[in-house]
Write a protein that binds this ligand. Structure first.
Ligand SMILES: Cc1cc2nc3c(=O)[nH]c(=O)nc-3n(C[C@H](O)[C@H](O)[C@H](O)COP(=O)(O)OP(=O)(O)OC[C@H]3O[C@@H](n4cnc5c(N)ncnc54)[C@H](O)[C@@H]3O)c2cc1C
Length: 447
């Protein structure tokens, strides 16, 4: 496949932007990546759980061993209410192990992004630039130019916005679409497309004897739930608190907001021996974010396209947001290889078709994922009597879990998208075989 002068500009070096960089490098598609932070791999943020979806993608990329060396497999999740009363445990990661050959694993954001960054060939790493905050984007019939706050500009064929929930690429898509009289209003996204009903305080602290590596614990009750995942060295607890009013506005927090939550809820049990106050006092880092939810109706405009949190934002309760963002990159890369195999200089209409096909393959999955994570947060925070009932009597029931995971979830997980242009090897094996890549684009890319 000759890719001519085709070049992608990826904005954002979060886990999804780095996944985009890996798959484009594997496809032989030229790219540059611009990241606003001072470093491409930063030791910041909460931990993440990768589910079989994300792990299947890492497996095809040959990154499972590297990932295993920095992550811990999860097993049992203990659940209690605000008074510390046991409300039943679940064993979802162990069921994943049986069904898909791999259990969910918890990893720090630093370690995940380091594994991803290290998988990018040095020649491509040289095209990834920190300290580049994108400010605006302009387009011509055959190019897109990204302008940064330091006065530099970069021109490419397409822009991939992997710049998170408050994406500048998404807002530039809207600005450009509004200025273009031929864009129908149905193809213009709202200015603030996501709704936040909860805010999250996350706390990282040294792993304690009461919650060993691989352990997970949750505390459920009215208006607030916690989720804790223990890694080898540190554990992260997420505290999800209902906002007084749901809002589409961007919320910003100061350290006093953290202290206010801990003052109000510090007595709550995190494990049998540890309270929220204990883990906050032992913190090595912490932060607060609002938990936006939603799936954008339009994921692209002209030569601009979105992946990950820029396109769809979930609450963290099912540990799915990053996994789904990685799957976006797989589908988008397949579509780009397909159009580049047909022409090294695809026209804007060809690009639009590829972006449309990408969104079509991803949209329903992300809508369902968003509803599931939102529903799980609502249940854990006892948003209504019905959700409390479900949480206490249904969610942890082994028969229900078998039905949910084997009947409802397994076929979708097994059908996690695969790259069509590299071999599909090294997959874990479970009761539900993975839907394998047909290798339909193998001949288009020199491996
Ligand atoms: C507490 C918490 C726990 C979570 N747990 C899980 C979990 O267990 N499993 C899971 O799958 N998901 C989880 N998530 C969700 C997950 O963090 C996100 O889905 C994931 O980080 C999205 O990755 P991303 O690369 O799309 O965006 P981000 O991680 O937000 O990265 C965006 C990047 O773009 C950069 N950027 C932003 N604006 C610009 C600009 N103007 N110019 C240049 N660069 C820019 C940012 O600096 C950043 O590096 C959790 C979220 C939270 C808040």
């Amino acid at each position: 496949m000759s890719t001519g002068n085709f070049k992608a500009i990826i904005v954002g070096a979060g886990p999804v932007g780095l996944t985009a960089a890996i798959v484009l490098a594997r496809a032989g598609i030229d790219f540059i990546l611009l990241e606003s932070r001072a470093k491409l791999v930063v030791d910041a943020g909460a931990s993440l759980v990768l589910q079989p979806t994300g792990l299947r993608i890492l497996a095809q990329l040959g990154l499972l061993d590297a990932f295993f060396s920095v992550s811990s497999a999860l097993s049992i999740l203990k659940r209690c209410d605000h008074n510390g009363v046991d409300i039943g445990e679940t064993d979802v990661p162990l069921r994943f192990l049986k069904n898909h050959g791999i259990a969910s694993r918890v990893v720090s954001r630093y370690d995940l992004t380091k594994v991803l960054y290290d998988a990018i060939p040095p020649s491509a790493q040289a095209k990834m630039h920190p300290n580049k905050k994108v400010r605006s984007i302009t387009t011509t019939p055959s190019t897109a130019t990204v302008h940064c706050t330091d006065g530099t500009s970069y021109t490419g064929s397409i822009v991939i916005g992997a710049d998170g929930a408050h994406s500048i690429v998404r807002s530039q898509m809207r600005t450009l679409a509004l200025a273009d009289s031929s864009t129908p209003s149905s193809q213009i996204n709202d200015e603030h497309p996501f709704l936040a009903t909860f805010r999250c305080l996350w706390i990282r602290y040294p792993t304690h004897a009461d919650i060993r590596p691989g352990d997970a614990a949750e505390t459920h009750g009215y208006d607030l739930a916690t989720q804790s995942f223990a890694g080898e060295d540190t554990t992260v607890t997420g505290v999800y608190e209902r906002l007084p009013q749901p809002t589409t506005e961007r919320l910003r927090f100061v350290p006093e907001d953290e202290e206010e939550i801990v003052k109000r809820w510090g007595h709550l049990p995190i494990t049998e021996q540890l309270s929220l106050q204990d883990v906050y006092d032992a913190r090595v880092s912490s932060g607060m974010v609002s938990l936006e939810e939603g799936v954008l109706p339009n994921w692209s405009w002209d030569r601009l396209v979105l992946v990950g949190d820029a396109a769809h934002k979930f609450t963290p309760s099912t540990g799915a947001g990053c996994n789904q963002g990685m799957a976006d990159c797989v589908v988008l890369a397949n579509e780009l290889v397909r159009i580049l195999a047909a022409s090294p200089e695809p026209r804007t209409e060809d690009i639009a078709r590829a972006f449309g096909s990408y969104q079509e393959q991803r949209f329903e999955k992300t809508v369902a994922g968003c509803a599931q994570s939102g529903g799980t947060t609502a249940m854990a925070t006892w948003s209504s009597w019905f959700e409390r009932l479900l949480d206490l009597w249904v969610a942890g029931n082994p028969w229900f879990l078998t039905y949910r995971l084997n009947r409802l979830a397994a076929p979708g997980i097994a059908a996690t998208p695969a790259l069509e242009f590299i071999p599909d090897e090294g997959l874990p094996e479970g009761r539900f075989p993975w839907v394998r890549s047909q290798g339909s684009l193998m001949r288009s890319v020199e491996v």
